[in-house]
Design a protein around this ligand. Structure first.
Ligand SMILES: Cc1ncc(C[n+]2csc(CCOP(=O)(O)OP(=O)(O)O)c2C)c(N)n1
Ligand SMILES: [Mg+2]
Length: 593
């Protein structure tokens, strides 16, 4: 019996090295699902609670490995549900393939049930490659191209397969005019800038006396090279959120994250540097970079479309971070004057003490910073960290001191809520031997985490290491936005849009057979982390945190202070406590030496 198109497609995915597809069924993909009987152990179907979880999981697979992540959904509603996760891949530039079903060819164009114009729907998110498989001879090159384009462009791609085509007999393309004969395989190229450009870059960097380095996800895997460059330049290194794991925070000259969620040493370094070296980052907020005209600049990025768009650089180098730095380093003169580096190191040291101080201040009942502070010293070796979008992201970005050989991911550029638990699920599937810790808000947990925890409960037996802790910050509030409304708009908290219904998070986890603990005493947090990590099964740690601890940016800017004052004048229900917490948080910064 010859293969169906569907069986051929699944086998072709397996031939490409794909081992797992995250998805959800529907009659638009029944042919493809039936073909999973044929491929056997070559390819796993991981059924998740929601197509958005599938897309996030595929994106996370691509973030935590060098491989393409694959998700699958039925026509119409299933395909629509994938979109947010695929946009996360698009904006953070990760290779993901979405395979979606479609109504039979003979029905198309009739406003048939579940008929959605899928090419148009996916045209933006999968703009590098979206195609319909309308005949069996096309199946081979569509799979080959969708994977290759995803890998080569670091972006999501999409194949739409009408359900009748899935069931047709597969046919190799004939030897005939118009036939396409594609093959398998993609090898990452070595991308290096030209010699002259490297020399020009070295001249700029050698002339600088106060060099600041900013690294992003492109610098992951280039740790040795970044360290050598940083030593030669005597600079500090700030990290964009997607590049958090690129360099350990235990190094004295790593200033930590940058931006609204960043640190004061990063902000100060950018404000007073005379030269900027940006590597593998497209950090979007220019106001956190040096002022135009203040610094000369060199940027290294693998994508020529992305250089010179955040700061007017003197030299733009298109190349792989590690390769380019390896070629650049021999042209750099080691700075003899180390006073700039020493200044940064002392500021970094002071900052860590300020953070500790902030974390240990009282709140009602638990200061959320304490949750991260206690976790920081307990991070297991080789752990994988995932975060969400919410006030907790501020503390995640600042308080966790990552060490070597850890991984970290969040939705950096789309900044969507909900990825934390789906990312954790995919992290455990991709690296079943590594511990994983996800932290998210109660809003995000209610939005999708509740569902994804069911997947954790269902699949955890497959993982050799059972350390997976999901920490929910229970503040009954969409707190990040509450603060944005206060600080950016000067509006008081709008209770109808901000307050969340209560939910028993830990109890729910226990109901699912997981370890669950609820903590409302700051002195219990450390022990609760220990117990969760030692539970021998996935754990949910619910911490009742204070929504009035402000996720303050490293510097309060004038407009923000004005906004905050406006919120206070505007009869915010929490005005009094808010001021108290804000002052407590800020003061040590000026007094601690
Ligand atoms: C899908 C999506 N919807 C809305 C937002 C806007 N948003 C960003 S953070 C946030 C609040 C998150 O609340 P929660 O998860 O409870 O975390 P908290 O801020 O309370 O710590 C919202 C609504 C978003 N980023 N993504
Ligand atoms: Mg919340």
């Amino acid at each position: 019996m010859s293969d169906t198109v569907a069986a051929f497609m699944l086998n072709r995915l397996a031939d490409w090295g794909v081992r797992r597809v995250y998805g959800y069924p529907g009659d638009g993909i029944n042919g493809l699902l039936g073909a999973f009987h044929e491929v056997g152990e070559r390819l796993d179907f991981v059924q998740v609670r929601h197509e958005e979880i599938a897309a996030f999981a595929a994106t996370a697979h691509a973030k935590f490995t060098d491989e393409v992540g694959v998700c699958m959904a039925t026509s119409g509603p299933g395909a629509v549900h994938l979109l947010n996760g695929l946009y996360d891949a698009k904006l953070d530039k990760r290779p993901v393939l979405a395979i979606v079903g479609q109504q039979p060819r003979m029905a198309l164009g009739s406003e048939y049930q579940q008929e959605v114009d899928l090419v148009t729907l996916f045209k933006d998110v999968a703009h590098e490659f979206v195609q319909v498989c309308s005949t069996p001879e096309q199946a081979r090159h569509l799979i080959d191209r969708a994977i290759r384009v995803a890998l080569a462009t670091r972006s999501p791609t999409c194949i739409i397969v009408p359900n009748d085509v899935q069931e047709l007999d597969y046919a190799d393309p004939p030897r005939a005019h118009g036939a396409v004969h594609s093959g398998i395989g993609y090898a990452k190229p070595r991308i290096l800038p030209g010699e002259d450009d490297l020399r020009r870059a070295a001249e700029v960097l050698n002339a600088g006396e106060k060099v600041a380095m900013l690294i992003g996800q492109g610098a992951i895997g280039a740790e040795r090279e970044v360290l050598e460059t940083a030593d030669l330049l005597g600079c500090g290194v700030a990290k964009a959120l997607n590049g958090r794991a690129a360099l350990p925070d235990t190094l004295p000259f790593v200033t930590g994250s940058i931006g609204l969620l960043g640190t004061k040493p990063s902000a100060d370094m950018m404000e007073s540097c005379d030269t900027l070296l940006m590597v593998g980052s497209s950090f979007p907020y220019s106001e956190w970079l040096p002022e135009e005209g203040q610094a000369r600049g060199v940027q290294i990025d693998i994508d020529g479309r992305l250089v010179g768009i955040r700061y007017p650089m003197d030299v733009n180098l298109v190349g792989d971070a590690a390769e380019t730095l390896r070629a650049l380093n021999p042209l750099l003169e080691r700075k003899a004057d180390r006073s700039w580096r020493e200044h940064i190191e002392s500021e970094v040291d002071r900052w860590w003490r300020i953070l500790e101080d902030r974390a240990l201040q009282d709140a009602d009942p638990v200061n959320p910073q304490r949750v991260f502070h206690e976790l920081s010293s307990r991070l297991p070796d080789r752990c994988i960290l995932t975060a969400d979008s919410g006030s907790g992201t501020n503390w995640w970005a600042r308080h966790l001191r990552l060490r070597e050989d850890m991984k970290a991911a969040l939705s950096g550029t789309l900044a969507t809520m909900c990825p934390a638990v789906p990312y954790a699920l995919a992290a455990k599937f991709a690296h079943p031997d590594r511990p994983c810790i996800a932290v998210l808000g109660d809003g995000a947990f209610q939005m999708l985490g509740i569902n994804a925890l069911i997947d954790v409960a269902r699949y955890h037996d497959r993982w050799s290491n059972q350390q997976l802790v999901i920490c929910v910050l229970h503040n009954d509030d969409l707190n990040q936005v509450t603060w944005e409304q206060r600080v950016m708009e000067g509006d008081p908290k709008l209770e109808v849009s901000q307050v969340l219904p209560d939910f028993p998070y830990a109890e729910y986890a226990r109901m699912l057979g997981l370890h669950g603990e609820r903590v409302d005493d700051p002195d219990r947090i450390g022990r609760a982390w220990d117990e969760a990590l030692a539970a021998g099964r996935p754990a949910l740690l619910e911490v009742i945190t204070d929504p009035e601890v402000p996720p303050l940016p490293p510097h309060i800017r004038f407009e923000q202070a004005k906004g905050l004052a406006g919120a206070l004048m505007g009869r915010d229900p929490a005005a009094g406590r808010m001021v108290k917490e804000a002052i407590k948080g800020k003061l040590p910064e000026f007094t601690n030496r």
